[in-house]
Write a protein that binds this ligand. Sequence first.
Ligand SMILES: [Fe+2]
Ligand SMILES: [Fe+2]
Length: 137
Amino acid sequence: MANQALIDGLNQQLGREITTFLRYMTQAAAIAKFEHKSVRTMYLEEVTDEVGHAQYLMNQIIMLGGVPKPEIHYEPPPRDVREMLRCDASQEQTDVQNYVRLAALAEQDGLYALKLKMEEQAADEDEHGWEMRRAVG
Ligand SMILES: [Fe+2]
Ligand SMILES: [Fe+2]
């Protein structure tokens, strides 16, 4: 079995991804004004990305001999669109840092495909954050 710190880290990030796609689904549904249509589209596209990230983490935890134990910390999101974007841009930065740390743990265990995938997911989250900051202006 892979090292427990790696499996725990993958589980922690799995919970964050599930929490994130639930929040983005809610926000996409809550954004009603026509002027924010592009933000709604962005959140819908990112739901797909975050589901993909969660799916990958879930498969890896099981392949490494771990047990998926995602903890979901869902709270109702802010109603104001700019506030949503600011909060989410900050959460995306935390996800980037988590994936960079997971890539290092995977490399220590000689899991190079996992390391590269963690870096790819870090890059996805970095792009999400940039898109949100651009939308806030
Ligand atoms: Fe993600
Ligand atoms: Fe993201």
